[in-house]
Write a protein of this length. Structure first.
Length: 136
């Protein structure tokens, strides 16, 4: 799984879409019922690039490249988002489940530059060995 996640802000998630000129894959509105039947406690906006579990570095590379290309050239829109919406979390987030073997995760200087210019963080939870097998 790899997604651009924008969470913990007061504005309606539709404002995020409007400012960024991007359509999300999913949103949460504070107070609306979740799938569990409990109300969401925060507003959130996601743009998924790879909804399935990542198992190889190349899958991460393709998903990250997809997100980078979607946000490239929107630096001023992200600055406006930070000023007007002030999300607590603005990051690319994901999980990789790699049960064994050799694998790697990388970001190119160009990718790092786009993320930095847009003020977007990057994080990846890694599950290896037995933990990856149980999670997968």
């Amino acid at each position: 799984m790899l997604a651009l996640a924008i969470t913990r802000f007061d504005a309606d998630p539709a404002v995020v879409s409007q400012i960024l000129d991007l359509e999300p894959t999913s949103i949460w509105r504070r107070g609306e019922l979740s799938e569990s039947g409990r109300p969401h406690i925060v507003n959130a906006w996601w743009l998924d690039a790879h909804p399935a579990k990542l198992a190889q570095g190349i899958e991460h590379e393709h998903a990250l490249s997809e997100i980078i290309e979607r946000i490239r050239g929107r630096e001023s829109r992200f600055a406006r988002l930070r000023d007007e919406v002030a999300p607590e979390i603005l990051t690319i987030s994901g999980e990789m489940h790699a049960p064994g073997g050799e694998w790697g995760v990388w970001l190119s200087p160009d990718q790092m530059s786009v993320l930095a210019s847009c003020g977007v963080g990057w994080g990846l939870d890694l599950f290896t060995g037995a933990a990856a097998t149980r999670s997968a």
